[in-house]
Design a binder for this molecule. Structure first.
Ligand code: SF4
Length: 348
């Protein structure tokens, strides 16, 4: 068995936050060692000539030895992807060397997620002071010529915070300050996928009537960010119309198998495809007790409960059992199918 590329992401230290929208799910943090990371790399090494190793699938750069981990993962990888534009504001306000280090790696834009004002953002992040840390991080980023990019998750219970967020963007003068070092400020909003922790907001999911509550400037930023024609291209269509279309679709969900898979490995060395929330339904095996070959075989043979269900259960069967033909909630088609799959898996 040989893959064009394999990326393995070991959840070595977890995350300081407990975001209520987190698609990878809130699980206890681990404290894995560099030897654990090397163990993972060694196990997957025989199955590709292009292995990439990362020390996380949750918060970037959370452990104190984040620089060392960057060096080690680079050495263990054949081709290292440049540092993502996701960063740790937890670290940014505690470690003055962090943002300059990101700049030295070539990071020129950094994404930060807010949900509204201080109270709202702290509530959604699940940690007091999160909002203030984000504001401090924006200042540090600007001082280091890195453009902040603001992401907002919207639900019925925070959409009326959008005018406040617009005021904040204008008060902080983010467009002009980014232009001052030849970068473009960007912003986007969306509802995220209805999976992981975010599934808890199904009852608060936005509907068509909420679109007019989005301030035009934030709508236009979002359209530009996603390079689409209309905000509906981002927010999707009603569950009602998806139901009406997909109830006639007797095909199966698309296979997730590729020649360059990404695998999540949790702190107990369970292996999952990077597709939906790591959970027993997606588990491909345990690296310590069963090895990488078993997990890779499970992956290519659709052996996990979730992959098997995708390959064998017609879409219209899941729609009929779990869809709501009267719901005006907005979903993209891909997200909606995965939402139904999750509900279906729970019945197994
Ligand atoms: S969304 Fe990101 S920052 Fe929030 S809990 Fe999940 S991994 Fe951590």
């Amino acid at each position: 068995m040989n893959f064009e590329k394999i990326t393995v992401c070991l959840d070595m230290h977890g995350c300081p936050n407990k975001c209520k929208h987190c698609w990878v799910g809130i699980t206890p943090n681990g404290r894995l060692s560099i030897d654990d990371l090397k163990f993972v790399a060694k196990n997957f090494r025989p199955f590709t000539h292009d292995l990439e190793v990362t020390d996380r699938y949750r918060e970037e750069d959370y452990p104190d030895n984040y620089k060392e981990l960057w060096e080690i993962t680079s050495a263990l990888s054949d081709n290292k992807t440049p540092h993502f534009e996701n960063i740790s504001y937890w670290r940014a306000v505690r470690d003055s060397a962090y943002i300059p280090w990101l700049y030295s790696l070539g990071v020129r834009a950094a994404q930060l997620t807010i949900f509204g004002d201080e109270e709202t953002t702290d509530y959604f992040v699940g940690r007091k002071d999160a909002f203030n840390e984000i504001l401090q991080t924006i200042e540090i980023l600007l001082a280091n010529k890195i453009a902040p990019r603001i992401q907002v998750f919207i639900y019925k219970n925070n959409i009326l915070q959008l005018p406040y967020i617009l005021q904040l963007v204008e008060f902080l003068d983010l467009e002009n300050k980014c232009a001052g070092f030849d970068k473009e400020f960007s912003f986007f909003l969306h509802q995220g996928s209805c999976s992981g922790e975010n599934e808890q907001f199904y009852d608060d999911w936005i509907t068509e009537e909420d679109i007019e509550k989005i301030p035009p400037k934030l709508r236009d930023f979002t359209i530009k960010h996603f390079n689409v024609q209309n905000i509906v291209d981002v927010l999707g269509e009603t569950e009602q119309s998806l139901y009406a279309r997909l109830i006639h679709n007797s095909s199966h969900m698309d296979s997730i198998i590729t020649d360059n898979p990404v695998f999540f490995i949790d702190k107990n060395f369970n292996v999952y495809p990077n597709y939906e929330t790591p959970s027993p339904m997606w588990c491909l095996g345990n690296l310590k007790t069963e090895g990488a070959e078993k997990a890779l075989n499970a992956y290519v043979n659709n052996s996990s409960v979730a992959q098997l269900t995708m390959a064998t259960t017609p879409i219209n069967e899941m729609v009929k059992k779990h869809g709501n033909p009267d719901s005006l909630r907005l979903f993209g088609e891909w997200d909606y199918k995965n939402h139904l799959l999750l509900k279906h898996l729970r019945t197994k």
